[in-house]
Design a protein around this ligand. Structure first.
Ligand code: SF4
Length: 349
């Protein structure tokens, strides 16, 4: 393996056009983890930049949804259930852990059923956040039949839609995408076709091993050298062109595309999923008549710019001093998928 990796790095240096900067963006916390943990940035030609993009669902979860979750957990008749990372995300009124009351952590949606059974005299609200990889399991949970005391507070985002926003933003200036392996397993490699075909941006679906990521980077640079833009998939064992049709059908049975709020960024048209009207009875926003709460920026936090690939974590004045994984001031420092958290744990540039 070491030999193959060395060969790939050598080939990357040989084929890279040296006459301009090349910005390759990943949109997946696990890709950013592999890149930073393996020190891959330091192995690239000087003019090749590997930029983290919006790959962390916790980082972009709307502050309004989190505050509503905190307030739900304060009701005597309600238990809030969510993923561990969400408990620590800071907001203007604290986090679920610091300011909430009745909450429980789960690592997968089906665990909600046990909590609902054990607390049949309470409302159980599942705060379901994330990209396509968590929406599909949430839809599968609903398909099994929810107990009467369960409702769902959704904050689900769509990856291809935010990537299209990035492409149109000249400050970002993306030259190529490494497409996320996990999300692609659900939506299919073909979901990224729009980037080479409409915007002329080479896009390669990759897995999470350093060798596979290096291969994706090599394929991207080869395309750039040859002046072409294509969709390639170097994670074929897992990602099919059409994705997981069953998961897609389930997702769109219960949810539909809508404009959603990305933390620090604002509403992006058709960039998330919300319950279809016929499921109002399990939609916590409707059942509890939850308000839209105005977002307040954390002073000094540049998470919004990091998520959009416009800044690196170590450009934030709070990075590693006032803001650490033990005491996160912004959402990018909370989750193991957040760029600030990854850079803090594994070094910077
Ligand atoms: S280091 Fe902390 S405060 Fe700075 S951008 Fe990252 S999360 Fe925000």
């Amino acid at each position: 393996m070491k030999e193959r990796v060395e060969k790939l790095i050598k080939a990357i240096h040989e084929i890279t056009p040296k006459d301009r900067k090349i910005k390759i963006m990943n949109v997946c916390g696990s890709h950013e983890h592999t890149i930073t943990h393996s020190g891959m940035r330091s192995l690239m030609p000087e003019n090749v930049e590997l930029v983290p993009g919006p790959g962390c669902p916790v980082c972009v979860c709307s502050e309004s949804d989190i505050i509503n979750a905190i307030n739900l957990s304060k009701r005597d008749d309600t238990i809030l259930v969510t993923y561990g990372d969400m408990l620590r995300v800071p907001t203007q009124i604290g986090s679920i852990r610091s300011n909430g009351r009745n909450y429980k952590m789960v690592s997968a949606p089906h665990e909600v059923l046990k909590i609902a059974k054990e607390n049949s005299d309470k409302n159980v609200v599942f705060f379901s956040i994330g990209f396509e990889t968590t929406t599909a399991p949430t839809a599968a949970l609903i398909e099994t039949g929810l107990p009467e005391n369960v409702t769902i507070l959704t904050s689900q985002k769509l990856t291809p839609e935010i990537m299209e926003i990035l492409v149109k933003d000249s400050e970002v200036g993306v030259d190529a995408f490494v497409a996320p392996g996990h999300v692609s397993a659900i939506v299919g490699a073909n979901a990224w076709k729009v980037f080479p075909e409409k915007y002329g941006i080479p896009t390669v679906v990759a897995g999470f091993e350093p060798e596979n990521l290096l291969l994706a980077i090599f394929r991207i640079l080869l395309q750039i050298k040859e002046g072409i833009a294509e969709l390639e998939n170097v994670y074929r064992g897992v990602v099919k062109p059409e994705g997981n049709r069953k998961a897609q059908e389930l997702m769109y049975k219960y949810f539909e595309k809508t404009d959603v709020n990305w933390r620090g960024i604002g509403y992006i048209p058709e960039s998330g999923l919300e319950f279809r009207k016929e499921y109002d009875h399990i939609n916590a926003k409707k059942v509890f008549n939850l308000p839209e709460i105005e977002e307040k920026k954390v002073p000094g936090c540049i998470c919004d710019r990091i998520v959009l690939g416009k800044a690196y974590p170590d450009e934030c004045k709070l990075f590693g001093t006032a803001c650490t994984p033990r005491d996160p001031k912004g959402p990018c420092m909370v989750s193991m998928e957040g760029a600030c958290n990854i850079w803090y744990r594994f070094g910077t540039r």
